[in-house]
Structures are given as structure tokens and as C-alpha cells.
Design a protein around this ligand. Structure first.
Ligand code: FAD
Ligand code: FSA
Length: 457
């Protein structure tokens, strides 16, 4: 134990900043382990409208537990744990829909990427011709040309999760187990970390261990341990030394009739690494969510130090170019829906690490601060289990090989190429800049956050 850091016990005060996917999973696991003094802060009421996990649906594929010798051991451990969670945990199991997944691509890079996924032991069919794809769904659905697509259909151990309902389910259970949620503005908005013995002459006073957080209403919360789980907004609290790149993707909904929603039920997820993806419509509100695929959008702002930083902002509109790509995906697959108006759209922010491995570690200079960030655009499916790994790290018992993969690793980001596509394809095949976007959708009632330090929108 580092000098000055209090002993951790089940009655220690633990403050989680961020009630998104990972914050909520952590709260649940801590409560299940018997921690009795857990508080979660969020600036938005539950489920937060800016949480990347607050969504109709998310893709989720299972993997089998890896061998010790697996090159990708840590990642496979994480995936094996989520697989168990969605199969067995009553809080999450009802929200998983095992409808299978059609994985596909157009470009050689995209094809190589989809093949990398661990598929052993699952029921797989290769898909080469448009008709092969069309047959993965009942007739009258994939009526588009599906031209040039190659891929495979995995019929089991994959599907989608009702993301918002899974989040809500975890929140309700955590509350039942005694977790205190303070999720509203301004009381739940963390504005800065509080440090022990801050030295104002050094590094803006950000020295010493972290002992709590100050909220927008000037209130101070003190805790034995602080867990930072603010997703794409995390690098506003401390210098992550370029380890996090806030990056946004885009999604849109179209509304269907109740009858249509029924006839589009139980479809396999359809993912194309170059064009985008969709799942069956939501059966409550009859909305179909569609995403275009691309390496992501950053919002580049030049700081006083001359460095560029991507600064997230919430917007329930998307660039027109993205809307066009979404319609192009529909034209290729379900042209009968391609011209319907969007009922909702938004930017959805996540934070990419250099290698897209998670970042779950204590901060080297602030030993009571645990970072639970860097979900790297693939962190939702981990909702049943990621909190268990975060709790393991908190308790100092994360498996060494896993801890090594998700450690604080600024050396990896020293010469970071901010424009790295990180094996993503589609769109313009490059990371795009929101500062360059002039045309946005104009969907009625779309919310736009105002941010002082960003020009856009
Ligand atoms: P979030 O869920 O975003 O949570 C961060 C929380 O912090 C929010 O609730 C926010 O309100 C809160 N917060 C922020 N600032 C403050 C503050 N100052 N004070 C207090 N609270 C604050 N993953 C998959 O596994 N499968 C998928 O199919 C998939 N699809 C995706 C599609 C899109 C379009 C996007 C963008 C992401 C997708 N992901 C998917 C990734 C996944 O959604 C994220 O990796 C995951 O939700 C990140 O969880 P998080 O807890 O780190 O962040
Ligand atoms: O199979 C998956 O985990 C899909 S994650 C969905 C997605 O939109 C990505 O396709 C995108 O590249 C980014 O990572 C955000 O999430």
C-alpha cells in the first residue's frame, strides 16, 4: 500500500464519477461484493443522455475462455466474462437477444478485420453472393442489391443487447443494493478533482493524492477511493498524456409502424465494416437504429500549448454526409426504408486508446484515483462484467496479464498519431474533423450542448 492511502474495507467511501456503462457496472459489482458506501455522480438524470451506452441496441458476440497461451489473452478474458454475464446474470440476461450476426465487408482491409474475431465452436456459414446475404433474413427485408459484400453468418452466441434497458436494470439493482446515485445538474456534474496538500506553485495545484471531487454547485465530495468513469469526457479532469482520443460516431433512427416492427423482428444483426450496421427495430417504440461505419469524428481544438485535443460535445443531430452514408447503407440493403425521415439522430462519443485496449489502473501520481476509461468504441458489451475487473483492480487482485494490458501506459502515446484509423474502415477511410462540418441534419427537438471551448457547432 502506498503511504498515506487508507486501507480499503467494505465500509470505505467510494465515489464513482460517471453513471454510464462502466460506472454503473462498477457500482453494481462493488455493491454485490458488499461495499456499503458507494456514491455515483453524473451530470444527467439516468440514463444519461450523453452516455455512449444509452442507446436502443448494441452488438454483442460471445467468445470462449482463452488458453493461457492466447496472444490476445487479456481481451479474450474480458469477452469470456461478458459472455458468462449475458448467459447467466439475471440482471443482464433478459436484455440479450441471441439472433446471430451477419459480419461483412467490401474492402480487403475490412474483410481481414472481420475474420480476426474468435469464431471457434460457433455455427458459421460463409456468405459470398448477394443471394447468400438476402437469405439471412425473411423475404421482403433484404431486398437491396447487397453488391460486392463478402462475409459470414454466425447463427449463435451473438446478437444484440437492449442497451438502455440493460443500463437501467443495472442502475435499479445497484440502488436496491444500497448504491447512492446523485445524477442531475448541477449537483452531479464533477468539475474538478480534489487533491491532498495541493501545491499551487506546482502543476496548477494538481498535486498529491486525489481525495474527492468538486461538483458544479461548489459542493465537495470526499472519498477513500475515486473511480473516474466519465467515458469520452475523462481527459477534462487530468492530463492523460495523449492516451485517450475522444472520438464520435453517428447514429440515426427511423420510425416504423407496429406491424412493420413485428415483421422485422428477430433479424440477425447486420454489420458491414465499410458501410455500417443495423439490428431489428425496437419493439416498444418501433424505431430502427442505423449507424454508418467510419474511423470516427474528432472535434479538434488547438490548446494554448499548441497541441490539438479532441473535445467532445453533445449533439442530437449528425453531419449531412453521415446521414447520406446511412441512407446509402439502407439503399444497399433495405431500399424500401431508405427515404424515411429520421426521427432521432445523435453523435455518440467514446475514447480510443492507442491500441484500443482498455485503461483500468490507478493513476501513478494519485494512488487513490482509479481510472476506468478507454472503452475504445467497444465497451458496451462488457456491461455485465467490466465492473468486476474494475473492482478487482481496486482491491489489488486483477490478474497480472490482464492488468498489464490495461495499465497506465503513456509511453505508448508519446508520438501518438492522432489520425490513426485504428483498423476501422468506411466513410472517408480517415478520421474526420467535426470542425469542418458545416451541414447538419435538422431533426425537430434535437438537443445541442453548448461548450465554451469548442467552436462547433
Ligand atoms: P459512457 O457510457 O459514455 O459514460 C460516461 C458517463 O459519464 C456518462 O453517463 C456521462 O453523463 C458522465 N459524465 C461525463 N462527464 C461528467 C462529469 N463532468 N460529471 C459527471 N458525470 C459525467 N460497444 C459495444 O460493445 N457494442 C456496440 O455495438 C457498440 N456500438 C457503439 C455505437 C456507437 C455509435 C458508439 C459511439 C459506441 C458504441 N459502442 C459499442 C461503444 C460503447 O458504447 C462504449 O464503449 C461504452 O458505452 C463506454 O462506456 P463508458 O462508461 O466508458 O462511457
Ligand atoms: O462489434 C462491435 O463491437 C461493434 S462496435 C460498434 C461501433 O459503432 C464500431 O463499429 C465503431 O467502429 C466504433 O468503435 C463505435 O462502435
Amino acid at each position: 500500500m502506498m503511504p498515506g492511502v487508507s486501507e480499503l474495507s467494505h465500509s470505505s467511501s467510494i465515489l464513482i464519477i460517471g453513471a454510464g456503462t462502466w460506472g454503473v457496472s462498477t457500482a453494481l459489482h462493488l455493491a454485490r461484493r458488499g461495499y456499503t458506501n458507494v456514491t455515483v455522480l453524473d451530470e444527467y438524470p439516468q440514463p444519461s443522455q450523453i452516455s455512449a451506452g444509452n442507446d436502443l441496441n448494441k452488438i454483442c458476440s460471445f467468445v470462449n475462455p482463452p488458453d493461457e497461451s492466447d496472444k490476445d489473452y487479456a481481451n479474450q478474458i474480458f469477452f469470456a466474462a461478458l459472455s458468462k454475464g449475458f448467459k447467466e446474470d439475471p440482471i443482464f440476461q433478459p436484455h440479450f437477444h441471441e439472433v446471430g450476426i451477419v459480419m461483412s465487408a467490401l474492402s480487403p482491409g475490412g474483410l481481414q478485420q472481420i475474420q480476426k474475431r474468435n469464431q471457434e465452436g460457433f455455427d458459421m456459414t460463409e456468405l459470398n453472393e448477394p443471394e447468400d446475404f438476402q437469405k439471412t433474413m425473411p423475404s421482403g427485408i433484404l431486398t437491396g442489391p447487397v453488391r460486392g459484400w463478402k462475409g459470414f453468418w454466425r447463427k449463435n452466441g451473438a446478437g444484440w443487447v437492449h442497451a438502455r434497458n440493460a443500463l437501467l436494470s443495472a442502475i435499479v439493482e445497484s440502488q436496491r443494493l444500497g448504491v447512492n446515485f446523485n445524477c442531475r445538474y448541477p449537483q452531479g456534474k464533477a468539475v474538478r478533482l480534489l487533491h491532498r496538500n495541493p501545491d499551487p506553485t506546482n502543476n496548477n495545484g494538481l498535486t498529491g493524492d486525489v481525495i474527492g471531487v468538486e461538483t458544479q454547485d461548489n459542493k465537495r465530495y470526499f472519498a477513500s477511493r475515486v473511480i473516474l468513469a466519465t467515458g469520452a469526457n475523462s481527459d477534462q479532469f487530468l492530463d492523460f498524456k495523449k492516451q485517450l482520443r475522444p472520438t464520435a460516431w453517428t447514429l440515426a433512427h427511423i420510425r416504423m409502424s407496429p406491424e412493420e416492427a413485428k415483421s422485422y423482428a428477430n433479424l440477425p444483426v447486420l454489420f458491414n465494416a465499410d458501410q455500417g450496421f443495423f439490428m431489428e427495430p425496437d419493439q416498444d417504440n418501433h424505431e430502427l437504429k442505423i449507424c454508418d461505419e467510419h474511423p470516427g469524428y474528432c472535434n479538434w481544438v488547438i490548446g494554448a500549448d499548441g497541441e490539438r485535443r479532441s473535445v467532445p460535445f453533445a449533439r442530437q443531430q449528425i453531419p449531412i454526409e453521415s446521414a447520406k452514408r446511412i441512407r446509402a447503407l439502407l439503399r444497399a440493403t433495405m431500399p424500401q426504408l431508405a427515404d424515411r425521415p429520421f426521427s432521432f439522430a445523435r453523435l455518440c462519443w467514446c475514447a480510443d486508446t492507442v491500441d484500443r485496449n482498455f485503461l483500468i489502473d490507478f493513476h501513478p501520481d494519485h494512488p487513490s484515483l482509479l481510472l476506468a476509461v478507454g472503452a475504445s468504441g467497444r465497451g458496451f458489451a462488457h456491461i455485465p462484467s467490466i465492473g468486476g475487473f474494475i473492482a478487482d483492480r481496486l482491491e489489488g487482485r486483477m490478474e497480472a496479464k490482464v492488468a498489464a494490458a490495461v495499465r497506465w501506459r503513456p509511453e505508448q502515446a508519446l508520438n501518438r498519431n492522432w489520425d490513426d484509423t485504428l483498423n476501422r474502415f468506411g466513410g472517408q477511410y480517415k478520421v474526420m474533423n467535426l470542425q469542418e462540418i458545416t451541414e447538419w441534419t435538422n431533426i425537430p427537438n434535437g438537443y445541442t450542448e453548448s461548450l465554451l471551448n469548442t467552436k462547433n457547432p
